[in-house]
Design a protein around this ligand. Structure first.
Ligand SMILES: [Zn+2]
Ligand SMILES: [Zn+2]
Length: 826
C-alpha cells in the first residue's frame, strides 16, 4: 500500500531529525540489546527482522513506561566472508564491509527500529579494535594470555591456514588440494581459570533459559577424578592420564591419546610409524567433533609405536591414538579399561587388545573371553591390589585415590572439557595482535594501536600480513634492533566479548569506557539473540566480564541479567536458508505490505521463543487489521453513546493484560487483544461518544506503537506516540458483568447469522427471529434487541422461558440455558 510506505518514510525521517530515541543522561535506566549482526553482503534476512522486531517492541515498551532506555546497534564487522570475497571477487575487505554495513543500516532504518544511532560501533574501526589490543595486553600482564602449540588446518599449496569452514570434505575450498594438520605456536586466553566460577554462577542466572545453562554446563564439563602418571618407556618423562574411574586402574590394557595432541607428533617423529600415523591424524582431525565422539561412530585408532608403564601393575601397555578422544578432554590422554568401559570394549575387540576384568557383579563371575559388552555397574573389586580386593568399587574410590597419592602414582584432580580459548587467526581481516618478537629481548609488547595496512594483496596464498613486509618488519621497541611483528589477528569472538560495554561510552578515546558510566548502565537488562550462541559468545562474554572485574575495570559479575532466545522461522517445514531456497525476503515483504505489517506479523504468529512457520494468510490478516486501525482517522457520525461503558471496560482490561503480556514477551497475546479492541471499536463506532472513542484510540495507539509505530504516529494526536506515556488501567472502569452481557449478545448474533446462512443455502427466506432465554437474562437480551435486529436483519422477539414451560403455537419445546438462548426462525 503506497500510503503506508509514504507515511513510514515520513516518520522515519522525523524520528531521525528530532533524535527522539537518543539515550538520556538521567532517569531509571534500562539496557535492551540484540546480539549485534555480522554485516553480510546479502543484507538482512528474516531472522534478523524477527530478532529486531522483538528488541524494538520491548525497548519501546520500556521507553513508554518511563525508563531511560539504551538501545544501541553495531556491527561485528571483522571476519572471514569479507576476506573470502577479497580473494574471490577482488574487493577489499574494508570496502566489502563498509558497503554491507551501509546496506544493513538502511534496511534497519526502513524497519523503523528505535535505535540510538549515535551509539553505533563497528568492530573493524581502529577506534574500536585498538581497545581489543589494549585488553589483550592487559590479559597478557595478568597471565590470562599465553602462547602454545596447537593444530591448524593447513593447505600446502596455498601456504595458508584454513578455518574449519574453509575445509570442504577434507579439501581446501580454494585449490581443492588435501588439507593437512600442522602444529603452530598460537595465542590462547586462559578462560579455564574461570571454569569453576563460570559454572557456579549459572545458578544465579535465573532469567536465562535452562537449555542454555545446560549447554554451558556441558561445555564446561567439570569432572572429578585422578591424574595418573604413566612412565613413557624409553623416555625420561611421564604421560599424564586423567580418569574418573581410579577403581579400574588394575584393568588398563592400553592408553589412548587425542590425535591432535602435539605430544603425538613429538613421539612419532623419525619413527617408522610417522607416515601412517600422520595420515590417520589428518583424516580424523578434520571430522566433525560431535560426530567423531558419538556413540554410533565406529571406533578407529592406530598404534603409535610407544609403550607406557602402568604404575600399579608395572605392566607395559601400548599407546594408541583414536578418533573418540579429544584434546579438549582432561589431559588429552585416557586409560582404556575394556572390561569396564563400552567404548574401550569396542576398540579392544576391533584391535584384538586384552580385556581384563577387575570388577565383578556380586552374584556371579565374569569371563573376559565371553563378555558381549563392558560391565559398567557397581560391583566387587577383584584382581587388584590385595587391600582393595573384595571391596565395593564405588565405596572404595576415595581409599584408592588416597593410596595413589600416598604412593605418588598420581593425584586427585578436577578436569574440565573447557579448554583455553585459541584466539590466533592467520588472516588479515581482524585485530592485529600487538606483539613484537625480538631475537634479543624475546616477546615485547607493541605500542598500540597496531593498524591494519590497507595496501594488501589478496591472492589466497599465505596470510596477507605475513606477506606484507612493511607491516611485519619493525624495530624492537626495547633495543631498537630489527624485529618481527606478530602477523596473527584475533578471533572475532574477541570483538563480541565486550562490545556491549563499548556502546555505553562509544566515543571515549581516552579509555575503553568510563567506569562510572559502566556502573550506571550495566549489566544489560535484556539480551536478545539466537540459541545458537549458547556457548561460545555467551561464555566468552561472561569470561571477559569476570576478568575485567578482577582487573578492577568494573564491579559486577555477570553481563546479561535476562536472556531471551527467539525461535526460528521455517518455510515449508524447514528453517529458511539460502541453500534450501525457501527464503522470504524482509525487504520484499515491506514493499508489499509496509514495515508495520511485517513487524506486527513476526510477533503475532506464535510465541516469540518458539519455531514458527511462515504464513501468507496470517500476514494478510495483519495487513487488514492495520488498515482497519488506519481507517479510524475517518470521522464517523455518532448516533449514541450506548457502547461507551463497554468500550471503557474492555479498554482498561486490555491495558492491564497487555502490560503483563509485554513484560513477559507474550507479544502474540498482546497483539490479539489489540485486534479485538480495534474490532470492537470498528463495529460499534456509531454508538461511542467522540470523547470516549478518541481517548480509547489514543491509548490503543500507544500500546500498538510497540509493533506498528508508523501508523500509530500518523494517527496519534499530540506529540510523538513513541515518547508518550504507557496507559494505566483504571480498574474502576472494568465492568465484568457488562462485558459478559456484551459477549452474550455477540454470541447470539453469531449464532443467528450462522443459522440464517444455512437456511438461505436451502433457498428459504426468513424475516423473523424468536429468541427464548432464561428469565434471569431477559433484561440483558432485551436491552440489545435493536442491535441484534440490525446485525441480523431480522425482526426479533425475545421471550423468557422456564425449563418446564412449553410455548410456541406449533407445540415445539424450546429449552434455553444460561447464556445459551434457543432460537426459532420464520
Ligand atoms: Zn589451497
Ligand atoms: Zn629487542
Amino acid at each position: 500500500m503506497k500510503e503506508f510506505h509514504e507515511l513510514e518514510k515520513k516518520w522515519q525521517k522525523k524520528w531521525e531529525k528530532d533524535k527522539i530515541f537518543k539515550t538520556k543522561e538521567s532517569g531509571k535506566k534500562y539496557y535492551v540489546l540484540e546480539m549485534f549482526p555480522y554485516p553480510s553482503g546479502f543484507g538482512l534476512h528474516m531472522g534478523h527482522a524477527f530478532n529486531y522486531s522483538i528488541g524494538d517492541a520491548y525497548a519501546r515498551f520500556k521507553r513508554l513506561n518511563g525508563f531511560n532506555v539504551l538501545y544501541p546497534m553495531g556491527y561485528d564487522a571483522f571476519g572471514l566472508p569479507a576476506e573470502n570475497a577479497a580473494i574471490k571477487d577482488n574487493i577489499h575487505p574494508k570496502e566489502y564491509t563498509d558497503k554491507s554495513i551501509k546496506n544493513f543500516i538502511n534496511q534497519q532504518k526502513r524497519l523503523g527500529l528505535s535505535y540510538d544511532w549515535d551509539k553505533l560501533i563497528k568492530t573493524c574501526d581502529p577506534e574500536y579494535y585498538k581497545w581489543n589490543q589494549w585488553i589483550f595486553l592487559k590479559f597478557l600482564e595478568n597471565g590470562l594470555a599465553y602462547r602454545a602449540k596447537a593444530p591448524v588446518n593447513w593447505c600446502d599449496k596455498c601456504g595458508t591456514v584454513l578455518a574449519n569452514e574453509q575445509v570442504e570434505d577434507g579439501e581446501c575450498w580454494r585449490c581443492h588440494s588435501k588439507v593437512q594438520v600442522k602444529q603452530l605456536e598460537q595465542w590462547f586466553l586462559r578462560i579455564t581459570k574461570y571454569a569453576d566460577e563460570l559454572l557456579n554462577y549459572l545458578e544465579k542466572l535465573n532469567k536465562w533459559d535452562d537449555r542454555i545453562k545446560i549447554m554451558q554446563k556441558n561445555w564446561i564439563g567439570r569432572s572429578e577424578g585422578v591424574e595418573i602418571d604413566f612412565k613413557l618407556r624409553g623416555f625420561n618423562e611421564n604421560l599424564k592420564v586423567f580418569t574418573t574411574r581410579p577403581d579400574t586402574l588394575w584393568g588398563v590394557s592400553f592408553v589412548v591419546m587425542a590425535p591432535e595432541s602435539p605430544k603425538v607428533m613429538e613421539l612419532i617423529k623419525g619413527t617408522k610409524y610417522e607416515d601412517k600415523v600422520k595420515e590417520f591424524i589428518d583424516k580424523v582431525v578434520l571430522e566433525e567433533r560431535h560426530e567423531r565422539t558419538s556413540e554410533e561412530k565406529d571406533k578407529e585408532g592406530i598404534f603409535i609405536g610407544k609403550y607406557v608403564i602402568n604404575p600399579v601393575t608395572n605392566e607395559e601397555v601400548p599407546v594408541y591414538i583414536a578418533n573418540f578422544v579429544l584434546l579438549e578432554y582432561g589431559t588429552g590422554a585416557v586409560m582404556a579399561v575394556p572390561a569396564h568401559d563400552q567404548r574401550d570394549f569396542e576398540f579392544a575387540k576391533k584391535y584384538k587388545l586384552p580385556i581384563k576384568v577387575v570388577i565383578k557383579p556380586e552374584e556371579h563371575e565374569l569371563d573376559a573371553s565371553k563378555m558381549m559388552r563392558a560391565y559398567t555397574q557397581e560391583g566387587v573389586i577383584i584382581n587388584s591390589y590385595k587391600k582393595f580386593n573384595g571391596l565395593d568399587n564405588f565405596d572404595a574410590k576415595e581409599k584408592i585415590m588416597d593410596y595413589f597419592e600416598e604412593k605418588k602414582f598420581g593425584k586427585r584432580s578436577v578436569q574440565y572439557k573447557l579448554r583455553d580459548w585459541l584466539v590466533s587467526r592467520q588472516r588479515y581481516w581482524g585485530t592485529p595482535i600487538p606483539i613484537i618478537y625480538c631475537e634479543k629481548c624475546g616477546m615485547v609488547e607493541s605500542e598500540i594501536p597496531v593498524l591494519l595496512p590497507n595496501d594488501v594483496k589478496f591472492t589466497g596464498h599465505g596470510n596477507p600480513l605475513a606477506n606484507h613486509e612493511k607491516f611485519h618488519k619493525v624495530k624492537c621497541p626495547k633495543c631498537k634492533k630489527d624485529a618481527r611483528r606478530e602477523t596473527d589477528t584475533m578471533d572475532t569472538f574477541f570483538d563480541s566479548s565486550w562490545y556491549f560495554l563499548r556502546f555505553i561510552d562509544n566515543k571515549n578515546d581516552k579509555a575503553m569506557f568510563d567506569k562510572d558510566k559502566i556502573k550506571k548502565w550495566m549489566p544489560v537488562d535484556t539480551y536478545i539473540g539466537g540459541a545458537e550462541h549458547a556457548v561460545m559468545h555467551l561464555l566468552y562474554a561472561r569470561f571477559f566480564v569476570k576478568a575485567f572485574r578482577d582487573m578492577k575495570l568494573l564491579n559486577f559479575n555477570e553481563p546479561f541479567v535476562h536472556l531471551f532466545n527467539q525461535g526460528t522461522i521455517n518455510k515449508d517445514g524447514i528453517r529458511m536458508s539460502k541453500s534450501k531456497g525457501n527464503i522470504v525476503d524482509p525487504m520484499e515483504t515491506i514493499v508489499k505490505y509496509g514495515a508495520d505489517t511485517l513487524r506486527t506479523y513476526l510477533l503475532f504468529t506464535g510465541a516469540a521463543d518458539k519455531t514458527k512457520e511462515w504464513d501468507d494468510e496470517a500476514i494478510d490478516g495483519i495487513y487488514r487489521f492495520l488498515k482497519r486501525v488506519y481507517s479510524f482517522r475517518d470521522k464517523v457520525k455518532v448516533k449514541s453513546n450506548k457502547k461507551d461503558k463497554v468500550l471503557e471496560s474492555k479498554l482498561n482490561k486490555s491495558i492491564r493484560e497487555i502490560t503483563e503480556d509485554m513484560e513477559n514477551f507474550r507479544f502474540n497475546l498482546a497483539i490479539s487483544k489489540l485486534m479485538q479492541l480495534a474490532n470492537f471499536m470498528q463495529t460499534n463506532k456509531e454508538n461511542i461518544s467522540l470523547k470516549v472513542f478518541e481517548d480509547s484510540l489514543k491509548k490503543m495507539l500507544i500500546m500498538l506503537s510497540c509493533f506498528a509505530p508508523h501508523i500509530c504516529e500518523e494517527l496519534y494526536e499530540g506529540d510523538y506516540v513513541s515518547t508518550a506515556n504507557w496507559p494505566k488501567a483504571d480498574e474502576k472502569k472494568i465492568d465484568k458483568k457488562l462485558e459478559e452481557d456484551e459477549a452474550k449478545i455477540d454470541t447470539l448474533v453469531d449464532d443467528l447469522n450462522n443459522i440464517i446462512k444455512i437456511v438461505k443455502e436451502k433457498d428459504k427466506a426468513v424475516s423473523k427471529g424468536f429468541v427464548y432465554v432464561i428469565p434471569k437474562e431477559l433484561e440483558v437480551y432485551n436491552s440489545g434487541v435493536e442491535e441484534i435486529s440490525k446485525r441480523t436483519n431480522l425482526e426479533i422477539q425475545i421471550f423468557a422461558v422456564n425449563d418446564t414451560k412449553r410455548i410456541d403455537p406449533e407445540k415445539r419445546a424450546f429449552k434455553a440455558k444460561p447464556g445459551k438462548p434457543a432460537i426459532y426462525l420464520e
